[in-house]
Design a protein around this ligand. Structure first.
Ligand code: GLV
Ligand code: MG
Length: 303
């Protein structure tokens, strides 16, 4: 079961080096915006970008948007300073850290321990959450332990770009196969990640889709991930945000039906029956669970 406490239909990437983009990102309507210190930022820009992220978190009105920063991988020399500088400078204005290229549970544990020390030392009232990227072959193999490594973990993200490289797949710049491949090249990775996420009661977020000039293909990719159980998708451009927000929200019909199923099942239960029908279809405990998922999602989104 997914026990999400905040919506994540869309997670919008913004390079932390490009602070002129922050205002627009904050107003894009994304459920989450992350200022990226990792792959969108050159080595020379790493240190100045930390200061820009701190200023952006503190000075901009982010409204309802969840505020996140993607740090560098913990196998780099930047990760510890990313965490210390960003949390010391703007910890009270930061909801979530995103940790890339996680390979094993100990990677998450290391970040968790450092965060705990910082939060105590700084006297922060808020507890900073974590999301991790599964984008290394080793991370996919270990995903079941990774998702249970910290109670700060709220989401696991499939990073198709780095994962393609790690696996040695032959893909184009949109991470699609360069030759005919039956089905979805990433079905195994996507499925393994979402199953692990559900086991741990956290969200699963689908990969970036680089071709932002093809909204229809982005919609199709979002719909496929949504059907599989993903809660949201990365957006690498503000124009992708409304599409993800729409696709990953339950429709009005789904919500109406789900609430009817929950009500009918509860009525049947009170009458001592374990099954009933809605719109001429059997409703039993499995339907109740499915409908309950939709009803909870709708409640979370205020629909
Ligand atoms: C995201 O970081 C990816 O590598 O796809
Ligand atoms: Mg990556």
């Amino acid at each position: 079961m997914d026990t999400a406490i905040r919506p994540r239909r869309s997670e919008l990437a913004t390079p932390a080096s490009n602070d002129w983009m922050f205002e627009k990102a904050a107003g894009a309507g994304a459920d989450l915006v992350f200022l990226d210190l990792e792959d969108a930022v050159t080595e020379a820009e790493k240190a100045p970008s930390r200061a820009k992220a701190v200023a952006g978190l503190r000075d901009i009105d982010w409204g309802q948007t969840t505020r996140a920063v993607r740090i560098n991988g913990i196998d780099t020399r930047w990760a510890y300073r990313d965490i210390i500088d960003v949390v010391s400078g703007a910890g009270a204005a930061l909801d979530t850290l995103i940790v890339p290229k996680v390979r094993a549970a100990r990677d998450v544990w290391w970040v968790d321990v450092l965060l705990s020390q910082l939060e105590t030392d700084l006297g922060l009232a808020n507890r900073i959450a974590l999301e991790v990227l599964i984008e290394e072959a080793e991370g996919l193999v270990n995903v079941a332990e990774i998702v249970r490594a910290s109670d700060r973990l709220e989401a696991v993200i499939f990073g198709a770009g780095d994962f393609s490289a790690s696996q040695g797949a032959r893909v184009d710049t949109n991470f699609e196969p360069t030759a005919e491949y039956p089905g979805d090249l990433w079905h195994y990775a996507r499925s393994r990640i979402v199953v692990a996420a559900r086991m741990a009661g956290i969200d699963a977020i689908d990969a970036p889709f680089p071709n932002f000039r093809d909204p229809d293909a982005y919609r199709t990719a979002s719909e496929r991930a949504s059907v599989l159980g993903y809660n949201g998708k990365w957006a690498i451009h503000p124009s992708q945000v409304p599409i993800a927000n729409e696709v990953f929200a339950p429709t009005a019909d789904e919500i109406r039906h789900a609430r009817a199923v929950v009500a009918a099942y509860r009525d049947a239960e009170r009458a001592g029956r374990g099954a009933t029908s809605v719109d001429g279809m059997l409703v039993d405990a499995a339907h109740l669970r499915l409908s309950d998922n939709i009803a909870r999602k709708a409640d979370l989104l205020g629909l």
